[in-house]
Design a protein around this ligand. Structure first.
Ligand code: CFM
Length: 528
């Protein structure tokens, strides 16, 4: 029996039937179909977050000059406050609210009698204390249940205070994970922010989509792109500002780092403004080099191509000694990765730079195209949960629509670079590797015991369980307290951190309880 069988065989028949669709073992070049973006079985200890987390926590909160108000009980605001390490520097004469947690702090009486009054008061306080240029309101589960009309209040406040106030109905229960929240936030930015600015068009201009500046990743990416000579119009949304995002329609090209959280904006900007988008990956030395070459190829100017090669050579000269040292220490080690919807794939490239093989990888909330590739996206069947998330239709803007390439140029380039394409994670994985969607705590422990990776990359919810079992675990969401890990210099930080972690003697000294105390063996009846 393979590892999939050994782990899933322990489930009751009904749970087995569900989970077997979410786990696959790669066989040769075959790309298996994986069930994804479906409901977690109630009661199973999932690692997933909620719709509010995806909308407010992931996409909107990193926009530094927007005051984002959480309308709900204080826990929702508190647990999405400051834990994601999306860093932001205040722009000259700009404002920065990233460090704040703004919440209406709903109490029982507000749930019973309605929270609209409290929300109006919160907006007034925010205007009086912070005077932000833009306000966003994000709703939580009880707000949807009691029916507070946050959109009417936003419209009223916009009129009263003379500045954009936007509402997002991203109640936690919508959809099956944080993924629905990404979509809702994407819709709001396209409807109400992008295209409103009046900046002049710049040459060689880029938007970086799906880069959230965790541990400073975006700054490292920006440093390299600026060295080559690109103009970065906006970043969505790490260290981003609404003032820049308003001008995103003026960029020549959209780079998509995290496909899962922001593909909707990339697609809509193509339809509305004609901006091409390209999948990039700045995680890993080789993949950063490939990405820089792809961008240069998109613009197709010899001077830019030469400058790109010059910067690559220079950056490599600076890091290659460190990279080869860490490679010598890490070569042949194995890793398991379980992160949200992008990093479990992107980090496989960085690990390969150090000779580390990935033996298990999975996403919390990805859709089938993130596993199998964009070409299957149209065949994904909608279900009741996905229909619950609004799909907006955009059309070409009569004044701002502009195609950079002729259809022939586009087709020629598409054969060479990942224009509007994402081949998905599974294609890059080795024969025999395990792929798990919505991995839960039980499966985490069982797979770790069976596969014994040298390192398990995951998050705060499971890191300490793994470490108490003697497996080094590094958080790939927050990078624990380190970073950046992107680009050239980030790769060195990553190699250093992983080498330190693996070579600490601590793991040999850990004695998990089940090694000392006899485990009760027995059976319990009934079907779950
Ligand atoms: Fe994209 Fe992200 Fe990720 Fe994500 Fe996230 Fe994140 Fe993530 Mo945590 S946007 S899908 S919802 S790359 S917060 S910065 S690390 S689960 S893999």
């Amino acid at each position: 029996m393979d590892s999939k069988g050994k782990v899933l065989d322990q489930y009751s028949a009904r749970v087995f039937k569900n989970r077997k669709e979410h786990v696959a073992v790669k066989e040769g070049e075959n790309v298996p179909v994986l069930a994804a973006n479906t409901r977690t079985i109630p009661g199973i200890m999932s690692h997933r977050g909620c719709c509010y987390a995806g909308c407010k926590g992931v996409v909107l909160a990193p926009i530094k000059d927007v005051a984002v108000i959480t309308h709900g009980p204080i826990g929702c605001g508190f647990y999405s406050w400051g834990t994601r390490r999306n860093k932001a520097l205040t722009d000259e004469e700009g404002k920065n609210f990233v460090e704040y947690c703004l919440s209406t702090d709903m109490q029982e009486s507000d749930i019973v009698f309605g929270g609209e009054k409290k929300l109006r008061k919160a907006i007034t306080e925010v205007v009086e204390i912070f005077d932000p240029g833009m306000i966003m309101i994000c709703s939580t589960c009880p707000v949807g249940l009691i029916g507070d009309d946050i959109h009417a209040i936003a419209a009223e406040a916009q009129e009263k205070y003379g500045r954009p106030v936007m509402a997002f109905s991203c109640e936690g229960y919508k959809g099956v994970s944080q993924s629905g929240g990404h979509h809702i936030a994407n819709n709001g930015l396209v409807k109400n922010v992008i295209g409103k600015g009046s900046a002049e068009k710049k040459t060689h201009s880029l938007n970086i989509l799906g880069e959230y500046n965790i541990g400073g990743d975006g700054w490292e990416i920006g440093r390299v792109l600026k060295r080559i000579g690109y103009n970065i119009v906006s970043v969505m949304t790490g260290d981003g500002s609404y003032k820049d995002i308003q001008n995103a329609h003026t960029a020549d090209l959209n780079l998509v780092q995290c496909h899962r959280s922001i593909n909707y904006i990339a697609e809509m900007l193509k339809t509305k403004y004609g901006t091409d988008w390209m999948k990039v990956n700045f995680i890993g030395v080789e993949s950063t080099i490939q990405t820089l070459r792809d961008i240069a190829m998109y613009f197709g100017e010899q001077e830019l191509i030469d400058k790109t090669e010059e910067v690559i050579a220079d950056e490599l000269a600076e890091i290659s000694e460190d990279i080869s040292f860490y490679h010598s220490r890490l070569k042949g080690k194995t890793a398991a990765l379980y992160v949200g919807g992008s990093r479990a794939h992107h980090y496989q490239y960085l690990l390969k730079d150090f000779g580390v093989n990935t033996i298990l990888a999975g996403y919390e909330f990805a859709h089938r195209d993130d596993y199998e590739g964009k070409d299957i996206a149209d065949s994904i069947k909608e279900d009741a949960d996905s229909k619950n998330i609004e799909e907006i239709t955009v059309t070409a803007d009569p004044e701002k629509f502009n195609l950079r390439l002729t259809p022939d140029q586009y087709e020629e380039l598409k054969a060479k670079i990942p224009l509007e394409d994402y081949p998905g994670m599974i294609r890059d994985m080795d024969d025999g590797a395990v792929i798990v969607d919505d991995l839960n705590h039980f499966e985490t422990e069982e797979f770790l015991k069976l596969l014994k990776p040298d390192i398990f990359f995951s998050g705060i919810k499971d890191k300490y369980v793994a470490q108490k079992g003697g497996t080094l675990s590094r958080q790939l969401h927050s990078y624990d307290y380190s970073g950046p890990y992107a680009g050239f210099k980030g790769a060195v930080n990553f190699g250093r951190d992983i080498t330190m972690g693996i070579y600490t003697p601590a793991w040999g000294l850990v004695s998990p309880p089940w090694k000392k105390i006899p485990t009760l063996v027995g059976t319990y009846g009934g079907d779950i």
